[in-house]
Write a protein that binds this ligand. Sequence first.
Ligand SMILES: Nc1ncnc2c1ncn2[C@@H]1O[C@H](COP(=O)(O)OP(=O)(O)O)[C@@H](O)[C@H]1O
Ligand SMILES: [Mg+2]
Length: 256
Amino acid sequence: MSSPVLEIVDLHKRFGALEVLKGINLTMHQGDVVSLIGSSGSGKTTLLRCVNLLEEYEDGVVAVAGEQIGYTKKNGKRVRLSEREIARQRAMTGMAFQHFNLFPHMTAMHNVMLGLIKTRRMKKDEAHSVAEKWLERVGMLARRDHYPGQLSGGQQQRVAIARAIAMNPQLMLFDEVTSALDPELVNEVLSVVRDLAKDGMTMLLVTHEMQFAHDVSSKVIFMDDGRIGEEGPPDQLFRQPKSERLAAFLKSSKFS
Ligand SMILES: Nc1ncnc2c1ncn2[C@@H]1O[C@H](COP(=O)(O)OP(=O)(O)O)[C@@H](O)[C@H]1O
Ligand SMILES: [Mg+2]
């Protein structure tokens, strides 16, 4: 089998005295869709942010496509890579957040083209056609000339997802991409993510949408106070929780 897209080994992360990740292990292969569920504060966002080094981590290894992210070993010592190397590694992953952060003064089209030109060094024409393809895929081609302020939250989020995916990342990270949306806009965004999953995109996502996590995931992880409390196939996790804590969490999130 080819090397895993993502391999996390015994990852520890502290904020000062507070240890928020207490030894996380996770291996993902091409096409895997892993959902992180769990209470607020359990470490889900921090885990995602360690994968593209938006957070530093103290112990353990995070590797994307066989390359350790952020650090290397020199004379047996762990040293941080150069900013240039880290920027290159960050481009291996794409991320979509709760707050989509599109550039307000740029059209949907230009928001998607920007990274292709600046980071992927594409010519304008090529960037335009790649952006067109992805805007079409998220159902936003007709609004390509709209500015973010002229789009609904769900539409903005779909543009933000297109912007991330257009960069052709090996791995997509999604952190509660529907949490800031009005309820009637949630499904249009989830269906975009569902389609990407069907196409074999490798994805690690945090979500409060339990039915969605159930339907889309190859594996679900219940994060519990900085640890993996339980993990397994969606049916097992949602239908036969082993721990009281997962059962209680599912009850509070009204999964039925
Ligand atoms: N920048 C930070 N500085 C200090 N503590 C933080 C920081 N970011 C997150 N935390 C703490 O880390 C823990 C995990 O947070 P987070 O990863 O955001 O959890 P989740 O996404 O599951 O809600 C929480 O206790 C949170 O308060
Ligand atoms: Mg979070």
